[in-house]
Every structure is written in structure tokens, then in C-alpha cells.
Design a protein around this ligand. Structure first.
Ligand SMILES: Nc1ncnc2c1ncn2[C@@H]1O[C@H](COP(=O)(O)OP(=O)(O)O)[C@@H](O)[C@H]1O
Ligand SMILES: [Mg+2]
Length: 285
């Protein structure tokens, strides 16, 4: 079976920094020859330190940023050469969740508008149908219909990230790029949001490109992992292989830097306990 997403040799650079003599000729390369594949229903983790180029890769794949060269193939379709018009139908199938829900959700829009917007643009829903779909999504992520008229400032970070997930789900995507989706949340809330992502994947057969600097999260969630260092992939493989038998020194140093494996790595059973304590996988404490 061919993968849902194939990325070949993605390159992105920016003009060099200004110096006293003007702009340096040398461009800064932020992703250099990045290649990987993602199967349907699979989670591919992208790990690496801050500045490694992880978010850039996520944005290049969805064409929120234009790449210098390379190829992105989604379900047989060459994404980088899609005309603007057809980008909309690609984006119905491929969505993104960002690190900071406070800045990724427009503060002037109500929850009804935030979830309703993609429902009308991508799925043509109006009026009662749109509201019913919005409520269904809101409830699925653990919020309530009576919260539809509220604004983002009235919610906690965890609740906002649930709203961002509902908004991403509203287009019925097959792929979601999750860029550090729990990094801005309290540790106690992180497990709940991750459990929600896992449940949604099982339920809907979603594929995740899961970007994180936190290796313990990636170990819990990802089937396979790529390790990025300074814009390049230095190692890739099934998650457990990479964690138990890292081949590259850089990967080894990242694993060694996980503060205390007993507290940092939340084993799946601990996630289950957190969920039991919370009363349900989608409940906010
Ligand atoms: N608009 C830009 N102009 C110049 N450099 C940029 C720009 N955006 C990002 N970068 C650089 O690209 C590198 C990778 O950034 P990013 O993809 O955000 O890394 P990560 O998500 O792994 O922390 C960083 O060194 C960053 O400074
Ligand atoms: Mg980033």
C-alpha cells in the first residue's frame, strides 16, 4: 500500500542576515533534504531540539510556507505544484494543530464562529446544520453546547486546545500535523489532550505528523520517529528501535537529556490511570 504522505528532499532557506555591508550572500538553510513517509492511520514523530526545523517541515507540508525545492505527495497528489484553487481541497484533507492555542484561535471570534467557519467553507454547512455539527464536534472533544457563544479568553489552555482540535476535525481531515500540541499546557492536562488525540486516531483512522521536542511524548504516541538536527534528518526508524538502540550520537544525547525517565516518561498505563482519575478520557479537571 502506498503511504498517505510522502516527503522528498524538502529544502527551505532564508536570505542571509544583514551585516554592515548589507545582506550576506549566504542563505540560511533551515531544512535540508528532508524525506519521510507517513502511512494511513499512522503517527510519525518528529523530534529534535528547538531550532532544528521541525515546525518548518510541518508548515512546508501544508504549504503554509513555500519550499525552495522538494516534493510533497499526498494521496498521489503533488501538493507543491497545486494551483491555489486546489489548495483548499487539499487543506480540507490535511489540517494542523499549533502549539499555542491562545494565538492560533482568533480572540474576536466565538466558539460557534471558530468551529463554524471551516464547516461552512469546507463543507458548505449553514444555519442549523452547521450549529448541529459544531455542537457534535464540541461534545466530542469534551466541551458543552452551552459554551458555543463564549470567546477564547473564557477558556483554559487545555480547553482551547480541545477547541483547536474540534476546528481541525471539522473538515474531516485524514492528516493532522500536530506541532507541539501540548507544550503550552500544564503537565496534568497534557495526558488528557494526548489521550483525546489517540482516541480520535483510532476512531477516525487519522494520520498524525506529531512534532515535539519532548521525547517521552513521542515515545508514547508515535509508531515511527524521525530525529532532526540543524535542518536534517539524522535518524529514522520504528519508535522503540530508536529509543532502545539509537544509532546516532545526537539521538543518544537527546535521550540522555530526558530528565528522569521515571517521571518524564509517562508509560501507557499511567496515561490510563490519569484518564480513570479524570472520570473520562475527554473530561477537564
Ligand atoms: N522567517 C524566518 N527567517 C529566517 N530564519 C527563520 C525564519 N523562520 C524560521 N527561521 C529559522 O529556522 C530554524 C528552524 O526553525 P523551526 O522550524 O521553528 O524549528 P523548531 O520548530 O524545530 O524549533 C530556526 O533556526 C529559525 O531561526
Ligand atoms: Mg517549533
Amino acid at each position: 500500500m502506498s503511504p498517505l504522505l510522502t516527503v522528498n528532499n524538502l529544502v527551505k532557506s532564508y536570505p542571509g542576515r544583514r551585516n554592515l555591508l548589507g545582506r550576506s550572500k549566504q542563505r540560511t538553510i533551515v531544512t535540508n533534504g528532508v524525506s519521510f513517509a507517513l502511512g494511513s492511520g499512522e503517527t510519525l514523530g518528529i523530534v529534535g531540539e528547538s531550532g532544528a526545523g521541525k515546525s518548518t517541515v510541518g508548515r512546508l507540508v501544508l504549504r503554509l510556507l513555500e519550499s525552495d525545492s522538494g516534493q510533497v505527495v499526498f494521496d498521489g497528489c503533488d501538493v507543491l505544484s497545486l494551483p491555489r484553487k486546489q489548495l483548499l481541497s487539499f487543506r480540507r484533507r490535511a489540517q494542523m494543530i499549533f502549539q499555542d492555542p491562545f494565538s492560533s484561535l482568533d480572540p474576536h471570534m466565538t466558539i460557534r464562529e471558530l468551529i463554524g467557519e471551516p464547516l461552512s467553507i469546507h463543507r458548505g454547512l449553514k444555519g442549523h446544520d452547521r450549529d448541529a455539527a459544531a455542537v457534535e464536534l464540541l461534545e466530542r472533544v469534551g466541551l458543552r453546547a452551552d459554551q458555543l457563544e463564549k470567546y477564547p479568553r473564557e477558556f483554559s489552555g487545555g480547553q482551547l486546545q480541545r477547541i483547536a482540535i474540534a476546528r481541525a476535525l471539522s473538515t474531516e481531515p485524514e492528516l493532522i500535523v500536530c506541532d507541539e500540541p501540548v507544550a503550552a499546557l500544564d503537565v496534568s492536562i497534557q495526558a488528557q489532550v494526548l489521550n483525546l488525540l489517540v482516541d480520535l486516531q483510532r476512531e477516525r483512522g487519522l494520520s498524525y505528523l506529531f512534532i515535539s521536542h519532548d521525547l517521552s511524548l513521542v515515545r508514547f504516541l508515535a509508531h515511527r520517529v524521525v530525529v532532526m538536527c540543524q535542518g536534517e534528518i539524522v535518524e529514522t526508524g520504528p519508535t522503540e528501535d530508536v529509543f532502545t538502540n539509537p544509532r546516532h550520537d545526537y539521538t543518544r544525547s537527546l535521550i540522555d537529556a530526558i530528565p528522569d525517565p521515571r517521571t518524564r516518561y509517562l508509560a501507557p498505563t499511567e496515561f490510563e490511570s490519569t484518564r480513570v482519575l479524570a472520570g473520562a478520557s475527554v473530561k477537564e479537571v
